[in-house]
Design a protein. Sequence first.
Lengths: 234, 382
Amino acid sequence: MATLAVKADELVKWFGENDARTFAVQGVSFEAFFGEMLYIEGPSGSGKTTLLSLISGILRPNSGSVLVEGRDIWNMTSDQIADFRLSKIGFVFQDYHLFPRLTTAENVAIPLILKKRDWNESIDRATEYLDIVGIKDRALLPPVKLSGGEQQRVAIARAIAGSPDILIFDEPTASLDGDTGRRIVEFVKQNILNENRCIIIVTHDSRIFEYADRIMKMEDGRITGIEKGAPREK
Amino acid sequence: MMPTLNGTLKIAYKLLVNDKGKFAALLVGITFAVFLMVMMTSMFAGILHRSSATVLNIGAKIWVMDPAVNTPLNSIPMPDYTLDFVRSIKGVRYAVPLYSGGALVKLRSGVYQSVTVLGLDDTSLYGRPQLIEGKIDDIYADNAFVVVKDAEFPKLGNPKVGTEFEINDHRGVIVGIAKVTSSGLFGVPTLYTTYNRAISYIPSTRYTDAFILVEPKNSDAVPHIKQQVAQLGYLALTKDEFIQKTSTFYKYQTGLGTNLLIMTIISFAVGLSISGQTFYTFILENLEKFGALKAIGAKGKELVFMILFQATFTSLTGYGLGIGLASLLIMIAKLRLPSYAARITYGNLGFAFIMVVIIAGVSSYIGVRKVLKIEPFDIFRG
């Protein structure tokens, strides 16, 4: 039986007050397991990104709880949540958010540097992760010299550099052409996902649905259904 | 320097210096501000220093004067009995008169030149300058004068020992060339002679003792001497107090201090606005990246340290460049214009440093506020 990675229970998040109050997430409960690639899919404004923020320790819910590996993250202090994100969660942002003034290797090394690892050791480790994503030869270039697909790989390398248990991808194919997007997600499924890691992807790109283990559909801040995705290739 | 930086600060350093355009703009702003502030305050310090040139060069420990005297150059002669009274005060080792006055000399070339004449006590020559040519005893020879070799020396035609001139229809002869600690403020050459020759060669008022120079028996006697002189209606000041009184006069009663203060404040404001605005733009451009760092797991205090480090590094680099530039310019100016009155003091450096710390503080504050406000959720929302 698969091990539980994330358990969200009755999550509610609203923005604004009184008449201006808008519910972004309304009573959402779900579970994500290690070894699976879970998609959260839905139209714009359906609450996908808000839900992602709630379960990754970025946005505090108005009610409900989030257990990650059995720990209620919203009972932690802000410093503890920062440490939790650093050690447990890897983010791949939609716009990558790479530092143009740092080299590719330095960008990847950021989580290790934030963990107070030695600079040179961090850069060496970052180069190894760049090797994993297949762009080791770009280590000394600034990200702006790389193609969109390569920048996406740098962002993935940075996300896995801290050896997180949970990887969060926000619209990973939004800035890529169809082929590149599919190749990236396929690469992630084959090389990054493993039995000790859970990957949660927010997307509305149906071209990459074939790589999902499960697809959770959202609309108006609620889960409207969970579908089983394509069987995972072993 | 680099190996001692921890990783987070090294990221901050690279983010800063690798953005060459912004970094250069920040440095230009701070360097310019420091340069202007140091130049202004150095000019002021130079002027103040020179305004006390006579006090510094004579070197007497206590100066007795009329209470209305503000600077060594506007002396009010005191009656002769003042000298006798001061000599009678307990604790005075000795007291001598000093003549200080202006005169016009006619050079061999026919050119007239204003000079300051200092008449030293005939017996002791107390306050005599250090000679670099000639012998001090020659000052007792007929018509003898010692000329000071300072920035104004060429105005007397670069005289040598034996050079003659006319002073108030009297013959004058240079018998020595002296060096002094400080040149005067108003670009007038200085001649030393004896007190009696000074008052006989130069048209004088009824009283001729511009100052009375006092050597106390010991430092404990100073308060008593000051008190006794005050009872007579005159003022006794130590060397440092007289310099301070002179400085205070130029600072607050001539408009000089106010003008320089205004210029210094303008320099500070210009530097602050350039640096603050550029740093703010720098932070704004990197705001999303700081948000991403927060999302990844950087704590607020780590981001604050990064910004403080960037502001401090920029400010100190700009401070060093500004000081270097000001020093270079003053050095070149002094080579070209020996009478250029500017001197960089520890006080100037300290003042500019405090101003730079304020610039760094304000710039950091703006940046820190922005960065602490950014929520990682904003990064997700795009």
